[in-house]
Design a protein around this ligand. Structure first.
Ligand code: BES
Ligand code: MN
Ligand code: ZN
Length: 495
Protein backbone atom coordinates (compact mmCIF):
# COMPACT_ATOMS: atom_id res chain seq x y z
CA UNK A 1 0.00 0.00 0.00
CA UNK A 2 1.29 3.43 -0.90
CA UNK A 3 0.93 6.08 1.75
CA UNK A 4 -0.25 9.43 0.46
CA UNK A 5 0.80 12.74 1.93
CA UNK A 6 -1.97 15.36 2.00
CA UNK A 7 -1.53 18.97 2.99
CA UNK A 8 -4.66 20.44 4.47
CA UNK A 9 -6.15 21.94 7.61
CA UNK A 10 -7.57 19.30 9.95
CA UNK A 11 -11.24 20.25 9.35
CA UNK A 12 -10.83 19.79 5.60
CA UNK A 13 -8.98 16.43 5.52
CA UNK A 14 -11.24 13.81 3.92
CA UNK A 15 -11.27 10.30 5.34
CA UNK A 16 -13.41 7.77 7.17
CA UNK A 17 -11.04 8.23 10.08
CA UNK A 18 -9.04 11.32 10.96
CA UNK A 19 -6.44 10.38 13.58
CA UNK A 20 -5.40 13.43 15.60
CA UNK A 21 -2.72 13.57 18.33
CA UNK A 22 -3.58 15.18 21.67
CA UNK A 23 -0.90 16.19 24.20
CA UNK A 24 -1.14 15.59 27.94
CA UNK A 25 0.76 18.80 28.74
CA UNK A 26 1.18 22.28 27.30
CA UNK A 27 -0.84 24.52 25.05
CA UNK A 28 -2.66 23.11 22.07
CA UNK A 29 -1.17 24.02 18.71
CA UNK A 30 -3.00 26.33 16.29
CA UNK A 31 -3.76 23.29 14.15
CA UNK A 32 -5.53 21.51 16.99
CA UNK A 33 -7.36 24.70 18.04
CA UNK A 34 -8.58 25.08 14.48
CA UNK A 35 -10.12 21.60 14.64
CA UNK A 36 -11.61 22.40 18.02
CA UNK A 37 -13.28 25.53 16.62
CA UNK A 38 -14.64 23.62 13.63
CA UNK A 39 -16.10 21.07 16.04
CA UNK A 40 -17.82 23.83 18.03
CA UNK A 41 -15.38 23.65 20.93
CA UNK A 42 -16.12 20.03 21.68
CA UNK A 43 -12.42 19.17 22.20
CA UNK A 44 -12.09 21.90 24.84
CA UNK A 45 -15.21 20.66 26.62
CA UNK A 46 -13.92 17.07 26.60
CA UNK A 47 -10.62 18.25 27.98
CA UNK A 48 -12.24 20.33 30.70
CA UNK A 49 -14.45 17.41 31.70
CA UNK A 50 -11.27 15.28 31.88
CA UNK A 51 -12.63 12.90 29.24
CA UNK A 52 -9.57 13.74 27.15
CA UNK A 53 -6.29 13.66 29.04
CA UNK A 54 -3.87 13.00 26.20
CA UNK A 55 -2.05 10.14 27.90
CA UNK A 56 -0.01 7.70 25.79
CA UNK A 57 -2.32 4.97 24.53
CA UNK A 58 -5.50 6.90 25.31
CA UNK A 59 -8.13 6.96 22.56
CA UNK A 60 -11.34 8.92 22.20
CA UNK A 61 -13.68 8.51 19.25
CA UNK A 62 -15.88 11.26 17.90
CA UNK A 63 -18.29 9.42 15.61
CA UNK A 64 -20.39 11.15 13.00
CA UNK A 65 -18.59 14.48 12.82
CA UNK A 66 -20.77 16.44 10.45
CA UNK A 67 -19.04 19.78 10.85
CA UNK A 68 -15.78 18.60 9.24
CA UNK A 69 -14.78 16.67 6.11
CA UNK A 70 -13.74 13.48 7.94
CA UNK A 71 -16.54 11.11 8.98
CA UNK A 72 -15.03 10.12 12.32
CA UNK A 73 -12.26 11.54 14.47
CA UNK A 74 -10.01 9.40 16.60
CA UNK A 75 -8.14 11.47 19.16
CA UNK A 76 -4.99 9.68 20.26
CA UNK A 77 -3.03 10.69 23.33
CA UNK A 78 0.72 11.17 22.98
CA UNK A 79 1.64 12.12 26.55
CA UNK A 80 3.92 15.03 27.43
CA UNK A 81 5.48 16.30 24.16
CA UNK A 82 8.49 17.43 26.19
CA UNK A 83 9.20 13.87 27.30
CA UNK A 84 8.06 11.82 24.30
CA UNK A 85 10.50 9.29 22.85
CA UNK A 86 10.49 7.21 19.67
CA UNK A 87 9.05 4.35 21.75
CA UNK A 88 6.18 6.35 23.29
CA UNK A 89 5.27 7.96 19.97
CA UNK A 90 5.27 4.57 18.27
CA UNK A 91 3.02 3.22 21.00
CA UNK A 92 0.52 6.07 20.54
CA UNK A 93 0.52 5.74 16.76
CA UNK A 94 0.14 1.97 16.81
CA UNK A 95 -2.74 2.15 19.29
CA UNK A 96 -4.55 4.62 17.05
CA UNK A 97 -3.97 2.83 13.75
CA UNK A 98 -4.87 -0.56 15.21
CA UNK A 99 -8.14 0.85 16.53
CA UNK A 100 -8.95 2.29 13.10
CA UNK A 101 -8.36 -1.05 11.36
CA UNK A 102 -10.91 -3.21 13.18
CA UNK A 103 -13.35 -2.67 10.30
CA UNK A 104 -12.80 -3.39 6.61
CA UNK A 105 -12.38 -0.80 3.85
CA UNK A 106 -11.54 2.22 5.93
CA UNK A 107 -9.72 5.26 4.61
CA UNK A 108 -7.45 6.70 7.27
CA UNK A 109 -5.68 10.03 7.51
CA UNK A 110 -3.16 10.36 10.29
CA UNK A 111 -2.06 13.77 11.47
CA UNK A 112 1.49 14.11 12.77
CA UNK A 113 1.74 17.87 12.80
CA UNK A 114 -0.69 19.03 15.45
CA UNK A 115 2.07 18.45 17.99
CA UNK A 116 5.77 19.22 18.09
CA UNK A 117 7.94 16.94 20.16
CA UNK A 118 10.94 18.31 22.01
CA UNK A 119 13.27 15.35 21.44
CA UNK A 120 11.95 13.61 18.33
CA UNK A 121 12.30 15.24 14.90
CA UNK A 122 9.36 15.70 12.56
CA UNK A 123 10.95 13.32 10.03
CA UNK A 124 11.25 10.61 12.68
CA UNK A 125 7.58 11.05 13.57
CA UNK A 126 6.63 10.84 9.88
CA UNK A 127 8.68 7.65 9.49
CA UNK A 128 7.00 6.09 12.55
CA UNK A 129 3.58 7.18 11.30
CA UNK A 130 4.09 5.52 7.91
CA UNK A 131 5.42 2.39 9.58
CA UNK A 132 2.43 2.23 11.94
CA UNK A 133 -0.01 2.62 9.03
CA UNK A 134 1.57 -0.47 7.47
CA UNK A 135 2.16 -2.60 10.58
CA UNK A 136 -0.99 -1.73 12.57
CA UNK A 137 -3.60 -3.23 10.22
CA UNK A 138 -1.81 -6.59 9.79
CA UNK A 139 -3.02 -9.21 12.25
CA UNK A 140 -1.87 -12.68 13.26
CA UNK A 141 -5.25 -14.08 12.18
CA UNK A 142 -3.81 -15.58 8.99
CA UNK A 143 -6.18 -18.52 9.02
CA UNK A 144 -9.40 -16.92 10.29
CA UNK A 145 -12.38 -16.45 8.01
CA UNK A 146 -13.53 -13.38 9.95
CA UNK A 147 -10.47 -11.23 10.51
CA UNK A 148 -9.87 -9.12 13.60
CA UNK A 149 -7.78 -6.60 11.61
CA UNK A 150 -8.39 -5.33 8.11
CA UNK A 151 -6.14 -3.78 5.51
CA UNK A 152 -6.85 -0.09 5.04
CA UNK A 153 -8.54 0.98 1.83
CA UNK A 154 -6.17 3.92 1.77
CA UNK A 155 -3.80 5.62 4.17
CA UNK A 156 -2.57 9.19 4.24
CA UNK A 157 -0.39 11.34 6.42
CA UNK A 158 -1.92 14.76 6.96
CA UNK A 159 0.38 17.77 7.01
CA UNK A 160 -0.18 21.52 7.33
CA UNK A 161 2.08 22.44 4.43
CA UNK A 162 3.43 20.70 1.39
CA UNK A 163 5.76 17.99 2.67
CA UNK A 164 9.49 18.68 2.46
CA UNK A 165 11.81 16.29 0.63
CA UNK A 166 12.97 14.99 4.02
CA UNK A 167 9.46 14.16 5.13
CA UNK A 168 8.65 12.45 1.82
CA UNK A 169 11.82 10.42 2.20
CA UNK A 170 10.92 9.49 5.78
CA UNK A 171 7.45 8.33 4.71
CA UNK A 172 8.91 6.12 2.03
CA UNK A 173 11.46 4.70 4.52
CA UNK A 174 8.70 4.05 7.04
CA UNK A 175 6.72 2.20 4.38
CA UNK A 176 9.70 -0.01 3.53
CA UNK A 177 10.43 -0.73 7.19
CA UNK A 178 6.75 -1.47 7.89
CA UNK A 179 6.60 -3.96 5.05
CA UNK A 180 9.82 -5.62 6.21
CA UNK A 181 8.46 -5.92 9.76
CA UNK A 182 5.22 -7.38 8.40
CA UNK A 183 7.16 -9.95 6.38
CA UNK A 184 9.01 -11.05 9.52
CA UNK A 185 5.75 -11.15 11.49
CA UNK A 186 3.93 -13.12 8.82
CA UNK A 187 6.65 -15.78 8.68
CA UNK A 188 6.65 -16.11 12.47
CA UNK A 189 2.86 -16.38 12.46
CA UNK A 190 2.66 -19.03 9.75
CA UNK A 191 1.91 -22.47 11.13
CA UNK A 192 4.73 -25.02 11.03
CA UNK A 193 2.86 -27.25 8.59
CA UNK A 194 3.07 -24.42 6.09
CA UNK A 195 6.44 -22.95 6.98
CA UNK A 196 9.26 -25.50 7.09
CA UNK A 197 12.86 -25.17 5.85
CA UNK A 198 12.05 -25.77 2.18
CA UNK A 199 9.03 -23.47 2.03
CA UNK A 200 10.84 -20.80 4.06
CA UNK A 201 13.76 -20.93 1.60
CA UNK A 202 11.38 -20.61 -1.35
CA UNK A 203 9.71 -17.61 0.22
CA UNK A 204 13.11 -16.08 0.96
CA UNK A 205 14.08 -16.53 -2.66
CA UNK A 206 10.92 -14.82 -3.87
CA UNK A 207 11.28 -11.92 -1.42
CA UNK A 208 14.97 -11.54 -2.31
CA UNK A 209 14.11 -11.36 -5.98
CA UNK A 210 11.49 -8.67 -5.53
CA UNK A 211 13.74 -6.62 -3.22
CA UNK A 212 16.79 -6.95 -5.47
CA UNK A 213 18.95 -9.14 -3.23
CA UNK A 214 21.26 -11.87 -4.48
CA UNK A 215 20.11 -15.17 -2.98
CA UNK A 216 21.63 -18.65 -2.89
CA UNK A 217 19.96 -21.61 -1.24
CA UNK A 218 22.07 -24.52 0.01
CA UNK A 219 20.07 -27.75 -0.08
CA UNK A 220 20.88 -30.82 1.99
CA UNK A 221 23.59 -32.01 -0.40
CA UNK A 222 25.26 -28.58 -0.47
CA UNK A 223 25.02 -28.36 3.33
CA UNK A 224 26.77 -31.75 3.54
CA UNK A 225 29.43 -30.50 1.13
CA UNK A 226 29.97 -27.58 3.49
CA UNK A 227 30.45 -30.11 6.33
CA UNK A 228 27.85 -28.43 8.51
CA UNK A 229 27.70 -31.45 10.82
CA UNK A 230 26.30 -29.50 13.73
CA UNK A 231 23.30 -28.09 11.83
CA UNK A 232 22.76 -31.44 10.09
CA UNK A 233 22.69 -33.24 13.43
CA UNK A 234 19.65 -31.20 14.48
CA UNK A 235 17.95 -31.67 11.11
CA UNK A 236 18.35 -35.42 10.93
CA UNK A 237 15.35 -36.23 13.14
CA UNK A 238 12.90 -34.54 10.81
CA UNK A 239 11.38 -35.61 7.51
CA UNK A 240 11.84 -31.98 6.43
CA UNK A 241 15.30 -31.49 4.93
CA UNK A 242 17.28 -28.44 6.09
CA UNK A 243 18.15 -25.37 4.05
CA UNK A 244 20.70 -22.59 4.41
CA UNK A 245 19.75 -19.34 2.70
CA UNK A 246 22.45 -16.82 1.79
CA UNK A 247 21.35 -13.26 0.96
CA UNK A 248 23.73 -10.60 -0.31
CA UNK A 249 23.33 -6.86 -0.69
CA UNK A 250 26.35 -5.22 -2.26
CA UNK A 251 25.56 -1.55 -1.73
CA UNK A 252 29.14 -0.56 -1.04
CA UNK A 253 32.36 -0.71 -3.03
CA UNK A 254 33.64 -4.09 -4.25
CA UNK A 255 36.46 -4.11 -1.71
CA UNK A 256 34.44 -2.59 1.16
CA UNK A 257 34.04 -4.78 4.27
CA UNK A 258 31.01 -7.06 4.70
CA UNK A 259 28.66 -7.01 7.65
CA UNK A 260 27.29 -10.48 8.50
CA UNK A 261 23.77 -11.07 9.86
CA UNK A 262 22.92 -14.61 10.99
CA UNK A 263 19.52 -15.96 11.99
CA UNK A 264 18.34 -19.06 13.85
CA UNK A 265 15.58 -20.59 11.77
CA UNK A 266 14.18 -23.57 13.65
CA UNK A 267 10.79 -23.76 11.94
CA UNK A 268 9.49 -25.92 14.76
CA UNK A 269 11.28 -26.80 17.99
CA UNK A 270 9.76 -29.84 19.66
CA UNK A 271 12.92 -30.24 21.72
CA UNK A 272 13.82 -33.43 19.83
CA UNK A 273 14.38 -36.49 22.04
CA UNK A 274 14.74 -34.10 24.99
CA UNK A 275 11.08 -33.40 24.23
CA UNK A 276 9.53 -30.18 25.48
CA UNK A 277 6.41 -30.30 27.63
CA UNK A 278 3.30 -29.49 25.61
CA UNK A 279 2.86 -26.00 27.05
CA UNK A 280 6.39 -24.90 26.15
CA UNK A 281 5.98 -26.30 22.64
CA UNK A 282 2.87 -24.28 21.78
CA UNK A 283 4.72 -21.22 20.52
CA UNK A 284 7.67 -23.05 18.98
CA UNK A 285 6.53 -22.33 15.44
CA UNK A 286 8.14 -18.98 16.23
CA UNK A 287 11.60 -20.46 16.81
CA UNK A 288 12.60 -19.23 13.35
CA UNK A 289 12.15 -15.57 14.32
CA UNK A 290 15.87 -14.84 14.14
CA UNK A 291 15.99 -15.98 10.52
CA UNK A 292 12.78 -14.12 9.69
CA UNK A 293 14.20 -10.95 11.23
CA UNK A 294 17.36 -11.20 9.15
CA UNK A 295 15.30 -11.79 5.99
CA UNK A 296 13.00 -8.84 6.78
CA UNK A 297 15.96 -6.57 7.49
CA UNK A 298 17.81 -7.64 4.33
CA UNK A 299 14.80 -6.80 2.13
CA UNK A 300 14.61 -3.34 3.74
CA UNK A 301 18.37 -2.81 3.39
CA UNK A 302 18.08 -3.58 -0.33
CA UNK A 303 14.97 -1.46 -0.91
CA UNK A 304 16.46 1.49 0.95
CA UNK A 305 19.59 1.18 -1.18
CA UNK A 306 21.81 1.18 1.91
CA UNK A 307 25.38 1.93 0.84
CA UNK A 308 26.98 -1.02 2.57
CA UNK A 309 27.90 -4.63 1.88
CA UNK A 310 25.74 -6.93 3.95
CA UNK A 311 25.43 -10.71 3.91
CA UNK A 312 22.54 -12.47 5.66
CA UNK A 313 22.62 -16.19 6.39
CA UNK A 314 19.61 -18.18 7.61
CA UNK A 315 19.99 -21.64 9.16
CA UNK A 316 16.69 -23.46 8.57
CA UNK A 317 15.87 -26.78 10.26
CA UNK A 318 13.06 -28.55 12.07
CA UNK A 319 13.89 -30.15 15.45
CA UNK A 320 11.92 -33.38 15.84
CA UNK A 321 12.05 -36.65 17.80
CA UNK A 322 12.14 -39.79 15.66
CA UNK A 323 14.08 -42.94 14.94
CA UNK A 324 16.62 -40.88 13.05
CA UNK A 325 16.99 -38.09 15.63
CA UNK A 326 20.33 -37.10 17.01
CA UNK A 327 20.78 -38.56 20.45
CA UNK A 328 22.13 -37.62 23.85
CA UNK A 329 25.75 -38.69 23.84
CA UNK A 330 26.13 -38.20 20.09
CA UNK A 331 29.21 -36.25 19.05
CA UNK A 332 28.70 -33.85 16.14
CA UNK A 333 31.54 -32.29 14.18
CA UNK A 334 30.85 -28.67 13.28
CA UNK A 335 32.05 -27.22 10.01
CA UNK A 336 35.05 -25.54 11.70
CA UNK A 337 36.15 -28.95 13.09
CA UNK A 338 34.99 -28.41 16.69
CA UNK A 339 33.44 -31.59 18.13
CA UNK A 340 30.30 -31.22 20.24
CA UNK A 341 28.90 -33.76 22.70
CA UNK A 342 25.11 -33.59 22.85
CA UNK A 343 23.65 -33.52 26.36
CA UNK A 344 20.30 -32.04 25.44
CA UNK A 345 18.69 -32.08 22.00
CA UNK A 346 16.57 -29.07 23.00
CA UNK A 347 19.68 -26.89 22.96
CA UNK A 348 19.53 -27.03 19.16
CA UNK A 349 19.63 -23.35 18.21
CA UNK A 350 23.28 -22.97 19.13
CA UNK A 351 24.11 -26.05 17.02
CA UNK A 352 22.43 -24.49 14.00
CA UNK A 353 24.07 -21.11 14.54
CA UNK A 354 27.49 -22.65 15.12
CA UNK A 355 27.75 -23.68 11.46
CA UNK A 356 25.95 -20.59 10.18
CA UNK A 357 28.34 -18.27 12.03
CA UNK A 358 31.51 -19.99 10.83
CA UNK A 359 30.13 -20.12 7.29
CA UNK A 360 29.36 -16.38 7.38
CA UNK A 361 32.90 -15.60 8.55
CA UNK A 362 34.30 -17.71 5.70
CA UNK A 363 32.07 -15.85 3.25
CA UNK A 364 34.00 -12.71 4.19
CA UNK A 365 32.00 -11.04 6.96
CA UNK A 366 34.34 -9.05 9.20
CA UNK A 367 31.78 -8.26 11.92
CA UNK A 368 28.73 -10.28 12.90
CA UNK A 369 25.35 -10.01 14.52
CA UNK A 370 23.24 -13.07 15.17
CA UNK A 371 19.61 -13.17 16.22
CA UNK A 372 18.05 -16.16 17.87
CA UNK A 373 15.17 -17.22 20.08
CA UNK A 374 17.90 -19.07 21.90
CA UNK A 375 17.08 -19.58 25.56
CA UNK A 376 14.19 -19.57 28.00
CA UNK A 377 16.83 -18.52 30.46
CA UNK A 378 17.12 -15.12 28.77
CA UNK A 379 13.37 -14.62 29.20
CA UNK A 380 13.70 -15.50 32.90
CA UNK A 381 16.49 -12.93 33.21
CA UNK A 382 15.04 -10.00 31.26
CA UNK A 383 11.32 -10.67 30.83
CA UNK A 384 9.38 -10.89 27.61
CA UNK A 385 10.03 -7.40 26.21
CA UNK A 386 13.79 -7.07 26.42
CA UNK A 387 16.40 -8.89 24.36
CA UNK A 388 19.76 -9.93 25.76
CA UNK A 389 22.95 -8.77 24.04
CA UNK A 390 26.16 -10.79 24.34
CA UNK A 391 29.42 -9.83 22.72
CA UNK A 392 33.15 -10.43 22.44
CA UNK A 393 33.87 -6.82 21.42
CA UNK A 394 32.63 -3.82 23.41
CA UNK A 395 32.90 -1.15 20.68
CA UNK A 396 30.89 -3.31 18.27
CA UNK A 397 28.35 -4.09 20.98
CA UNK A 398 28.05 -0.36 21.74
CA UNK A 399 27.39 0.33 18.07
CA UNK A 400 24.56 -2.23 17.95
CA UNK A 401 23.12 -1.02 21.27
CA UNK A 402 23.09 2.55 20.02
CA UNK A 403 21.20 1.49 16.85
CA UNK A 404 18.67 -0.26 19.08
CA UNK A 405 18.35 2.84 21.24
CA UNK A 406 17.63 5.08 18.27
CA UNK A 407 14.87 2.76 17.06
CA UNK A 408 13.37 2.31 20.52
CA UNK A 409 13.94 -1.45 20.57
CA UNK A 410 14.80 -2.69 24.04
CA UNK A 411 17.98 -4.62 24.70
CA UNK A 412 20.24 -5.13 27.69
CA UNK A 413 23.84 -6.26 27.63
CA UNK A 414 24.65 -9.42 29.60
CA UNK A 415 28.04 -10.46 31.01
CA UNK A 416 30.36 -12.94 29.27
CA UNK A 417 32.53 -14.06 32.21
CA UNK A 418 35.19 -16.71 31.55
CA UNK A 419 33.81 -18.91 34.33
CA UNK A 420 30.96 -19.91 32.02
CA UNK A 421 33.38 -21.54 29.57
CA UNK A 422 34.08 -24.13 32.27
CA UNK A 423 30.52 -25.38 32.01
CA UNK A 424 30.95 -26.31 28.37
CA UNK A 425 33.82 -28.76 29.00
CA UNK A 426 33.11 -32.30 27.85
CA UNK A 427 34.88 -35.53 28.80
CA UNK A 428 34.74 -36.90 25.28
CA UNK A 429 34.60 -33.95 22.86
CA UNK A 430 35.91 -30.40 22.55
CA UNK A 431 32.74 -29.02 24.10
CA UNK A 432 29.23 -30.07 25.08
CA UNK A 433 26.08 -28.28 24.07
CA UNK A 434 24.69 -27.35 27.50
CA UNK A 435 25.95 -26.18 30.88
CA UNK A 436 24.13 -26.12 34.22
CA UNK A 437 20.65 -24.66 34.79
CA UNK A 438 21.99 -21.33 35.97
CA UNK A 439 22.93 -18.53 33.62
CA UNK A 440 21.85 -20.60 30.63
CA UNK A 441 21.64 -17.62 28.29
CA UNK A 442 25.30 -16.85 28.98
CA UNK A 443 26.52 -20.42 28.44
CA UNK A 444 24.62 -20.44 25.15
CA UNK A 445 26.38 -17.23 24.08
CA UNK A 446 29.73 -18.65 25.23
CA UNK A 447 29.04 -21.68 23.04
CA UNK A 448 28.39 -19.49 19.98
CA UNK A 449 31.57 -17.53 20.58
CA UNK A 450 33.58 -20.64 19.65
CA UNK A 451 32.37 -20.29 16.08
CA UNK A 452 33.07 -16.64 15.24
CA UNK A 453 36.86 -16.90 14.78
CA UNK A 454 37.39 -13.93 17.12
CA UNK A 455 35.56 -11.58 14.75
CA UNK A 456 33.68 -8.77 16.53
CA UNK A 457 30.28 -10.30 17.15
CA UNK A 458 27.02 -9.50 18.94
CA UNK A 459 24.49 -12.19 19.79
CA UNK A 460 20.93 -11.00 20.38
CA UNK A 461 18.80 -13.50 22.29
CA UNK A 462 15.27 -12.52 21.24
CA UNK A 463 13.45 -15.44 22.89
CA UNK A 464 11.35 -12.94 24.89
CA UNK A 465 10.43 -10.11 22.52
CA UNK A 466 10.19 -11.97 19.17
CA UNK A 467 6.84 -13.52 19.97
CA UNK A 468 4.08 -11.90 22.01
CA UNK A 469 1.75 -14.28 23.83
CA UNK A 470 -1.11 -11.82 24.03
CA UNK A 471 -2.53 -8.93 22.05
CA UNK A 472 -2.34 -5.42 23.52
CA UNK A 473 -3.97 -2.25 22.22
CA UNK A 474 -0.64 -1.09 20.74
CA UNK A 475 0.62 -4.45 19.56
CA UNK A 476 -0.80 -7.58 18.01
CA UNK A 477 0.07 -10.91 19.61
CA UNK A 478 2.26 -13.39 17.72
CA UNK A 479 5.36 -12.36 15.77
CA UNK A 480 6.49 -8.83 16.59
CA UNK A 481 9.13 -8.13 13.95
CA UNK A 482 11.31 -6.61 16.63
CA UNK A 483 14.96 -5.81 15.71
CA UNK A 484 14.37 -5.49 11.98
CA UNK A 485 14.90 -1.76 12.49
CA UNK A 486 17.99 -2.18 14.65
CA UNK A 487 19.61 -4.29 11.93
CA UNK A 488 18.72 -1.81 9.20
CA UNK A 489 20.03 1.08 11.28
CA UNK A 490 23.28 -0.81 11.96
CA UNK A 491 23.70 -1.52 8.25
CA UNK A 492 23.18 2.17 7.47
CA UNK A 493 25.88 3.17 9.91
CA UNK A 494 28.09 0.47 8.39
CA UNK A 495 27.86 2.21 5.01
N1 BES B 1 13.79 -22.32 21.34
C1 BES B 1 14.18 -22.56 22.66
C2 BES B 1 14.27 -21.30 23.51
C3 BES B 1 12.98 -20.54 23.76
C4 BES B 1 12.30 -20.70 24.94
C5 BES B 1 12.51 -19.62 22.84
C6 BES B 1 11.15 -19.97 25.19
C7 BES B 1 11.37 -18.90 23.09
C8 BES B 1 10.68 -19.08 24.26
C9 BES B 1 15.55 -23.22 22.68
O1 BES B 1 15.85 -24.03 21.61
C10 BES B 1 15.60 -24.07 23.89
O2 BES B 1 14.86 -25.01 23.96
N2 BES B 1 16.47 -23.74 24.83
C11 BES B 1 16.60 -24.47 26.03
C12 BES B 1 18.07 -24.67 26.30
C13 BES B 1 18.35 -25.64 27.40
C14 BES B 1 17.98 -27.05 26.97
C15 BES B 1 19.81 -25.57 27.74
C16 BES B 1 15.95 -23.67 27.14
O3 BES B 1 16.07 -22.45 27.14
O4 BES B 1 15.30 -24.27 27.98
MN1 MN C 1 15.13 -25.99 21.85
ZN1 ZN D 1 14.88 -23.59 19.86
Amino acid sequence: MEIQIVSDTLPSVQADWLLVPVPAEGEWSGRLQELDRALGGSLTRLKEAKDLKGKVGELLTLPDTQAIAARKVLLYGVGDPGKATVATIERSLMTAVRAASTKADQTVALDVEAIEFANVAKTDVARLAAMSLIVGPQGQDLYKAEKDRHPLKSAAIAMAQLASKDVQQAVSEGTILGNAINLTRELVNQHPGELFPESFAERAQAEAKSAGLACTVLDQAAIKQEKMGSLLGVAQGSVQPPRVVVLRHQGGAKDAPWLGLCGKGVTFDSGGLSLKPSDSMKTMKGDMAGAATVLGAMTAIARLGVKANVIGVLGLVENMPSGTSYKLGDVLTARNGVTIEIHNTDAEGRLVLADVLSYTVDQGAVKLIDLATLTGSCVVALGTDIAGAFSNDQPWCDAVLSSAKSTGEEVWQMPMCDSFDEQLKSDVADIKNVGTRWGGAITAAKFLQRFVSDKPWVHLDIAGPAFAESTKPHREGGGTGVFVRTLVETARKWG
